[in-house]
Design a binder for this molecule. Structure first.
Ligand SMILES: [Zn+2]
Length: 224
């Protein structure tokens, strides 16, 4: 069977039998894959120390003869993608990425890597929110902050918009429906998404988190 090599991000490692692990990974060029790592839980196993989430990994694996689970042949741990103090926030980012980009989806690697970078450059709370929004934007679940998602008109940051049924709308399209998103809020969220130095208020971050919740609900994506 064919051997493959790729860059990978570890999503989950699930114990299997006495000594093995089943790994879920995003790969850069092969989409999301599952791999069996035989003996990986044994104390002297060479892979054990390398199989870490939030690190850039390089893996080599054998494709399965049947079914969808390959076999891990080699793993190298490269640079960490988050500082130690953000590891917990990183875990919730991984969980979110895992439900946004499930098995069989080609996307995930670039999106999660970008999300780690967004988080690493910001405060934990606002950074986590910005990182999740970034994944939603890259995955096509949300549009940008500069245009009405219905009529595509560019809306100046000095104007208000409306948030209605998980869509950002110009006031013409919204027709008094939804909640009003004042100019300052939209501007600060857009600013923070693109520039870590621009910090939104606690109130604006709360609005942003509610928007994320609404988007996940409307697409029936697990919120765990
Ligand atoms: Zn519109």
């Amino acid at each position: 069977m064919a051997e493959q090599r790729d860059n990978a991000l570890l999503l989950r490692a699930i114990p299997y039998s006495d000594s093995s692990l089943i790994l879920h990974c995003f790969t850069q060029h092969h989409g999301r894959i599952s791999l069996m790592s035989r003996g990986a839980r044994r104390a002297k196993n060479l892979f054990r120390a390398s199989l870490m989430p939030m690190y850039q990994l390089q893996i080599r694996w054998k494709e399965p003869r049947t079914g969808s689970m390959g076999t891990l042949l080699e793993v190298q741990r490269l640079n960490p993608l988050l500082p130690e103090k953000l590891m917990l926030a990183g875990q919730s980012l991984i969980a979110r990425a895992s439900s946004l980009f499930p098995d069989g989806v080609e996307q995930g690697f670039d999106e999660l890597q970008h999300a780690f970078k967004t988080l690493a450059e910001r405060d934990e709370t606002s950074g986590l929110t910005a990182a999740i929004w970034g994944m939603l934007e890259q995955g096509g679940w949300v549009g940008d902050f500069e245009h009405c998602w219905h009529c595509s008109e560019k809306i100046d940051f000095s104007e208000s918009m409306a948030w209605y049924q998980a869509h950002l709308l110009c006031l013409d399209c919204a027709q008094n429906r939804g909640i009003k998103l004042v100019a300052g809020c939209r501007k600060s969220l857009f600013g923070h998404l693109n520039q870590p130095m621009i910090k939104p208020s606690v109130e604006h971050i709360k609005v942003w988190n509610n928007m994320i919740e609404a988007v996940l609900s409307s697409h029936q994506i697990s919120k765990r």
